[in-house]
Design a protein around this ligand. Structure first.
Ligand code: 3H9
Length: 688
């Protein structure tokens, strides 16, 4: 049943019942329209509409957005509610989002429970409110507030919604409060659609445009909604709705909305694969080895999820440093209002740091986040094996090292698994779960269970240099370094990638993480590097000069004490000198060409990663690139973007580049196969 109706005396009770979150699909729309007619025919005094379960309604069913719209359309259903002689009350207990909030706004009255949220997050799916939200919300909360709510997509708490005038009442039991509202009181409230629209205020539009340019550059929906509201504010309500509908459908069918919907559903589909039926170990006490930035971030994430955490360090001084690092995160979270004093005290009560491994003797999981050296990792695994229970899972947070080699140091390699967090570990959503040759299903299942507990996005990866994300990153940087050597500057490259949609380009990002990290990696790879592969020495020269990035005040950019970053002609000269000593003639690259090369390099590598079975699906690579590496979400992730370009076009472009350098641009066999048979990367299931 999608919508149920029940009458008691002169009150109608309408319940939306479409688990798990009451998405408003075709059957719900039909049910609501039927309910309007039913209430009118029964001449009821009022209707109280609620949602069954944990949501009032989560909005239009976004799964229907790929097919042609089917009548009755939601705007028509909501007009019927708003214009009905029988007044409707929305009793909201749970989220009322998108179309769910629009149902509520079409009701005469809105009562909400304190823990509920209400909002219009449509822009996060690349669309705009398409069932009257762009017209009813400004009438209820004023223009500036409405623009803010709709363009940011951020839901309001019950209290904020009350203050804004979006709801009439906050009540612990909205149903009881609704029952207590008499017909007379209801009749005094006018239907939302009859409220006057606010006056046009150019200042409010300009402020909204500026905010969008700052935070949502390149995204079409937020700007479109501002212009839509501006164009329709003075129009009659129903005429404005027609314009809203046209704009909604246009966005819904556009590439950005498809990409954002793909990400929305990919994130929700990210869970343990069906074949992984093993039970995870029970998680209560977790040991984290190493209390540096990464270890402290992991420890805080674990504390936040209610676990007991012991950081294991090499000596007492290290333990003190670890405590200070975790304390820093607790204080920052307190300051930002993310936790309160009681929660902070609770975190502290479950946290300890020590150099004595026996203090973690009952931990069922250890996450090693020590220094990135095989020798160190092997030593740590030995110590953990000696101190922890025989069946504890031993996870390594290594970014690049061979997990099979680390596991070989354990007497039972089945207990060893990779859990690759991203810094800052308490904020970044991605968790690569790396499956070693001998990792047991229990180890993997524990990784997935942990991700769920930490509310992270888990992606299963196989063992190779860099797993999924860092392996793609290596090719991205290689392509960047190559254009740098052959004719560009770091800021040309960064501007091109910011233009593509990254928050920052590869050189600024490297300045933040430190050039010494990538340098150490290159030294590690020296012994195995393909001798035929071009090696660009500029980054090594930077390290020799002590330009390690922001932390040393100079990297690819200069970081003056007064703040900000500045381009440095000396770096551009370094590239010119490197090219000269290699006997190269440099050429100018357009931003478009830089972007093309860097993106193609990533796609080519990612296709190999998929083909080799290192990633289980193209969607997993999309999750990694968006959640861990800043690939623009509105492009749907690297592989979704690749599919939008078409394998045939990609292969043609790569073959062109291979004429310059056949090693670096060797075309991925998977891309060739897709080009030949017209297949999509999204549909490819690796067999290895
Ligand atoms: C809109 O309303 C347009 C209108 O203005 C105009 C129309 C004409 N559709 O997130 P969860 C599924 S646009 C389809 O894990 P939570 C989700 O995929 C819409 N499915 O739970 C998952 O499925 P599965 C504007 C949806 O408790 C399951 O429900 N609305 C939708 O962590 C549970 O979801 C939004 O943008 C949907 N709209 O969070 C709100 N929503 O079990 C989007 C959820 O198969 N939704 N599902 O994996 C959310 O933000 C969160 O899902 C919510 C619950 C906060 C509701």
């Amino acid at each position: 049943m999608s919508v149920s109706m029940r009458q008691e005396a002169d009150t109608g009770f309408v319940e939306i019942d479409n688990p798990p979150v009451n998405a408003i699909g075709h059957a719900v729309r039909e049910g609501l329209l039927k309910a309007v007619k039913w209430a009118e025919e029964a001449k009821l005094a009022r209707v109280i509409v609620t949602g069954k379960g944990r949501a009032f309604a989560a909005g239009a069913d976004a799964r229907e957005f790929d097919s042609a719209p089917k009548e009755p359309h939601l705007p028509d259903v909501l007009n019927a509610i708003d214009e009905s002689p029988v007044p409707w009350i929305a009793a909201i207990d749970g989220v009322a989002l998108g179309g769910g909030a629009e149902i509520a706004m079409a009701c005469r009255m809105r009562i909400i429970s304190p823990k509920s949220q209400i909002g219009l997050p449509e822009v996060t799916l690349g669309v705009l409110p398409g069932a009257g939200g762009t017209q009813r919300l400004p009438r209820l909360v004023g223009l500036a507030r409405a623009l803010d709510i709709i363009t940011t997509g951020k839901p309001l708490t019950a209290q904020k919604a009350l203050e804004a005038g979006l709801v009439h009442q906050v009540a612990d039991d909205p149903m009881q409060a609704a029952l207590g509202t008499g017909a007379e009181a209801l009749q005094r409230i006018v239907p939302t659609w009859t409220l006057p629209a606010p006056d046009a205020d150019e200042g409010a539009f300009e402020a909204a445009r500026k905010a969008v340019a700052k935070k949502q550059a390149n995204q079409t929906a937020p700007l479109k909604v501002i212009e839509l509201i501006r164009d329709t504010l003075a129009e009659p309500f129903h005429q404005a709705l027609l314009a809203e509908r046209t704009a909604f459908l246009e966005l819904r069918n556009g590439a950005q909305s498809k990409a954002l919907r793909h990400m929305f559903f990919a994130e929700r589909a990210a869970k343990a694969p069906a074949w992984l039926t093993a039970e995870p170990v029970s998680l209560k006490h977790v040991a984290v080895v190493g209390g540096g930035t990464m270890g402290a971030g992991i420890a805080y994430a674990l504390l936040n999820a209610g676990l007991t955490v012991t950081i294991l360090e090499t000596d007492a001084q290290g333990a003190e440093r670890a405590i200070a690092n975790v304390e820093k995160i607790i204080s920052a979270s307190l300051k930002r209002g993310l936790i309160n004093d009681a929660r902070a005290a609770d975190h502290r009560s479950r946290f300890a740091a020590s150099s004595d491994y026996s203090t973690a003797a009952d931990a069922t999981l250890a996450i090693e986040a020590a220094y990135e050296s095989m020798e160190v990792k092997v030593d740590v695994i030995g110590k953990l094996e000696a101190a922890l229970p025989k069946d504890a899972i031993l996870a390594t947070n290594t970014s690049y090292l061979d997990i099979n080699e680390i596991a070989a140091a354990a007497s039972d390699p089945a207990r060893v698994v990779g859990l690759h967090f991203f810094a800052p570990a308490h904020i970044m959503k991605l968790l690569e779960i790396v499956r070693g040759d001998h990792s047991s299903d229990t180890s993997l299942a524990t990784g997935f269970a942990l991700a769920k507990l930490l509310r992270k996005i888990p992606v299963l990866a196989g063992v190779c240099d860099g797993f999924i994300g860092n392996r793609i990153l290596a090719r991205y940087r290689e392509a960047a370094d190559t254009v740098l050597m052959d004719g560009a500057t770091p800021w040309d490259v960064d501007k091109a990638m910011v233009g593509f949609g990254y928050a920052m380009g590869p050189y600024e990002a490297q300045d933040l993480s430190g050039l010494d990290i990538a340098h150490a990696n290159r030294r590690r790879q020296d012994a195995t590097r393909d001798a035929n592969r071009r090696y660009i020495p500029i980054a090594d020269r930077m390290v020799e000069l002590g330009r390690l990035g922001k932390k040393t005040g100079a990297g690819w950019y200069l970081y003056p004490e007064t703040g900000g970053k500045a381009e440095d002609a000396a770096v551009a000269e370094l590239a010119v000198a490197a090219a000269k000593s290699a006997g190269l003639t440099r050429t100018a690259y357009s931003q478009q060409e830089i972007e093309r090369r860097l993106v193609l390099a990533m796609i080519n590598e990612a296709a190999d990663i998929l083909d080799e079975g290192i990633a289980q699906s193209a969607a997993d690579i999309d999750l990694v690139t968006v959640s861990g590496y800043g690939f623009p979400r509105w492009r749907g992730g690297l592989m979704h973007y690749a599919d939008s370009l078409g394998a045939g076009n990609i292969v043609e472009a790569l073959e062109g580049l291979a004429l310059e350098d056949a090693v670096a641009w060797k075309v991925s066999p998977l891309l060739k196969r897709c080009a030949e048979n017209g297949g999509l990367l999204a549909d490819y299931v690796p067999t290895r």
